[in-house]
Design a protein around this ligand. Structure first.
Ligand SMILES: *Cc1c(COP(=O)(O)O)cnc(C)c1O
Length: 475
């Protein structure tokens, strides 16, 4: 299996060759040359597999340059009940992504039982083990530099802590994350984790990362890497739980299932699109956005108009506050018939700050063939959905999942189970829960008092020179 760039001007590479990188050299995103196909008989054989065995059945079709026994060992080490232990009452941690039935044909798929209480652990934990394996094998090391306003940074740190050959330098805006998120990250005492609290806002942190990445010499000398959301390894790991969720709510493969996905960078729902292309009987893929509704606008009109950070709202589902969906290019590549010249032309427009319209040439008319529908939600909807879900089902959901559920309800049909992906646990967004319900949600016992643990971090001004010096002094 080789991987090609959506922009068609980079050489095809193997899984391990693209694993540690980000964008392809031509600026495109990697996708497999073809999607592996699963027949009805394959699906029947996969029903009832454990999460790890299911992950192996799927990932082994995408990875052909890691020996099968090694891949199996990496997967078994990743998807363990004790790693995904923060289950709700009545759920079995061994399921890794258990479902929770709200009512007939309406389910939550719990993707947030991992160490940082958000779905990013599903892929990032695998990435940590894959990185360590590939680096060790090649005798290499990497220094991961990232910027975070919360979720991605903590998922990356929990995935990479203690891993051989890997150091993590994570920039976050000083005193701007929630107390809980700060404690999650800063209480890590591992030698290979460096938390850097920047005097500034998230954009300042991102600018520092960009400045380092643009310094080719420094980047090469210090082997600077990233774990951003366009990493193919993250996408492919997320394909697995669509299969798991599908099997959990169906008796046989003649039943179609719809999934509703709280979306920002389009990584999660892109994995659903790939699962559908592989033959999983998915009916609709519901793209749920918050007030930052660029994707909803596209799926309703065929016009994609990314916005800048000045036009991106800060909302109570902050992990979806994104107005330029980096993984969206992967889907558009498929939609335009995998025409890389067309994709490159479209993103040349996007990269120079313009929008594009896919109504011409009949592309947008094909959108229904891919199952996509969409909707958006806002703060009032989130609060109301959290309250109603508590009242009706005695279940407390977080703000992102509330966006997903709110939009899902507009796309229900009597014949098709709807699975809403739960992308974070409510304990992670306590203030919003207090606002909605008048009291905090229950926090997993193991995390009680996390705010009073000793914290390890370095405060720094928003200076590219300072972060370079820091990296140089600590490698
Ligand atoms: C990252 C994130 C999302 C958005 O996922 P994308 O893959 O970027 O679309 C939604 N909810 C939560 C809680 C997240 O952390």
């Amino acid at each position: 299996m080789k991987y090609i760039s959506t922009r068609g001007q980079s050489p095809a590479l193997s899984f391990s060759q693209i694993l540690l990188g980000g964008l392809a050299p031509d600026g495109g995103l990697y996708l497999p040359e073809t999607y592996p196909q699963f027949t009805d008989a394959d699906l029947t054989a996969m029903r009832g597999l454990s999460y790890a065995d299911l992950a192996f059945a799927i990932l082994s079709r995408f990875v052909d340059d890691i020996p099968a026994a090694d891949l199996k060992a990496i997967i078994d080490k990743t998807y363990r009940a004790d790693v995904y232990a923060f289950t709700r009452a009545g759920q079995n941690a061994a399921d890794i992504t258990p479902t929770l039935k709200l009512e007939d044909n309406l389910y939550l798929l719990s993707l947030s039982n991992g160490p940082t209480l958000a779905f990013k652990d599903m892929a990032m934990q695998l990435l940590g083990n894959l990185f360590e394996y590939v680096l060790t094998k090649e005798g290499k090391t990497t220094n991961i530099l990232g910027a975070t306003s919360g979720d991605t940074g903590s998922a990356a740190e929990y995935a990479m802590r203690g891993k051989k050959g890997i150091r993590v330098f994570m920039l976050s805006p000083h005193k701007k994350m929630s107390r809980f998120q700060t404690a999650q990250m800063f209480s890590l005492q591992d030698d290979n984790i460096y938390n850097i609290a920047v005097n500034g806002v998230f954009d300042d942190c991102q600018d520092m990362v960009k400045a380092v990445s643009n310094d080719a010499e420094f980047k090469a000398q210090y082997k600077i890497g990233a774990v951003n959301s366009i990493n193919w390894g993250r996408i492919v790991a997320q394909v697995v739980y669509y299969f798991k969720g599908y099997f959990a709510v169906t008796q046989n493969n003649s039943q179609k299932v719809s999934f509703s996905v709280p979306s920002g960078n389009f990584g999660n729902v892109c994995a659903g699109h790939i699962a559908r292309m592989m033959g999983l009987p998915i009916d609709k893929l519901v793209v749920a956005t918050n007030e930052n509704d660029v994707l909803d606008e596209f799926f309703k009109t065929g016009v994609y108009s990314p916005r800048g950070s000045a036009n991106t709202y800060h909302t109570s589902s902050p992990s979806m506050d994104i107005s330029k969906a980096s993984n969206f290019e992967r889907f558009v590549f498929d939609l335009v018939g995998r025409d890389s010249d067309k994709t490159r032309a479209l993103w040349t427009q996007v990269d120079s700050g313009n929008s594009f319209d896919l109504n011409a040439d009949g592309y947008f008319a094909k959108i229904a063939d891919y199952g996509f529908v969409s909707g958006s939600s806002n703060h009032a909807h989130r609060m109301q959905t959290i309250r109603e879900t508590k009242a009706k089902y005695e279940v407390v959901i977080d703000t992102h999942t509330a966006d997903g559920l709110k939009v899902a309800l507009a796309h229900l049909d009597a014949q098709t189970p709807m699975v809403v992906l739960e992308t974070a646990l409510p304990a992670k967004f306590e203030d919003a829960i207090v606002e909605a319900l008048g009291q905090a949600s229950e926090r997993p016992a193991a995390l009680n008092g996390i705010e009073s643990l000793p914290q390890k971090f370095t405060v720094m001004d928003a200076s590219a020179a300072d972060i370079k010096t820091f990296i140089a002094n600590n490698t």
